[in-house]
Design a binder for this molecule. Structure first.
Ligand SMILES: [Zn+2]
Length: 254
């Protein structure tokens, strides 16, 4: 087994363990009566979110296992649905199953999944050399991907190229908000060193406050959004959103 496979299997096992913990808790302790939280990813109420780790607590939906970022994106997708009467061509990189389900239920969407390594995707794609013509897609989903790509600017330019003018891409990445400038160092290649420096064994950087600028430099117009100013405090809490978790929507100028 190579190191990359080991890392992937380890992560899958960790997720599976978290899921089992949530299921066991609801089976043995019962569902609390106080179901005041609402997950927009699976449209279910619940009483509490499950912890992911000691440092990232109270975050996962016990029904669909959505994280705050999935719930945030789901709210945005609900807003967008009204525009999907006309057929939309969509490509979803590193597809998250809970987000994929939300597109699959719309039968008039021309939706495909893509990844270089994941099994069961529609197309195998190197994101720095995408085999589609210019102006092909109305919508691109590419969340938590760019932090894995050494030449992320090339990937951003490729994503912009295949997007139709006026089309949008969801381009969320993990961001260390205290960092003014993105921290990256190509000489750090060992998984244990990447974990130490970039927070995960297969990440190649920590994005900082300049992430938005990097997208703009590659040609995107950028909308940064977390609903803190659009929702009441009660709703923000009800949906399990976080102040430091933002949507980055890159739009291709007309
Ligand atoms: Zn859910």
């Amino acid at each position: 087994m190579n190191q990359e496979t080991y890392i992937k299997i380890s992560r899958q096992l960790r997720i599976a363990a978290q899921r089992c913990q949530g299921i066991l808790k609801s089976q043995f302790l019962g569902e609390p009566d106080d179901q005041t939280l609402f997950c927009p990813a699976c449209n279910n109420y619940c009483a509490e979110w499950i912890d992911w780790s000691q440092t990232y607590q109270n975050v996962i939906c016990p029904r669909c296992f959505a994280f705050p970022r999935h719930r945030l994106l789901s709210l945005f997708l609900k807003e967008q649905e009204k525009n999907w009467i006309s057929p939309q061509k969509i490509i979803h990189f590193a597809p998250e199953s809970i987000i994929k389900k939300q597109f699959k239920k719309h039968k008039n969407l021309d939706y495909m999944t893509a990844d270089l390594n994941m099994p069961f995707v529609d197309v195998k794609v190197d994101i720095t050399n995408i085999p589609f013509p210019d102006n092909t897609f109305d919508i691109i989903l590419c969340n938590h991907v760019l932090e894995h790509i050494i030449d992320d600017r090339k990937a951003m330019r490729e994503l912009l190229r295949i997007l139709k003018p006026g089309g949008w891409a969801s381009l969320m990445v993990p961001i260390k908000s205290k960092l003014k400038e993105t921290y990256e160092d190509e000489s750090i290649t060992l998984p244990k060193d990447r974990l130490k420096h970039f927070g995960q064994e297969d990440h190649v950087r920590w994005y900082g406050q300049d992430y938005e600028d990097r997208l703009k430099e590659c040609g995107f117009q950028v909308i940064k959004k977390n609903y803190a100013n659009e929702l009441s405090e009660a709703d923000f809490k009800k949906f399990g959103l976080r102040d430091n978790e933002n949507l980055y929507i890159g739009i291709k100028p007309n």
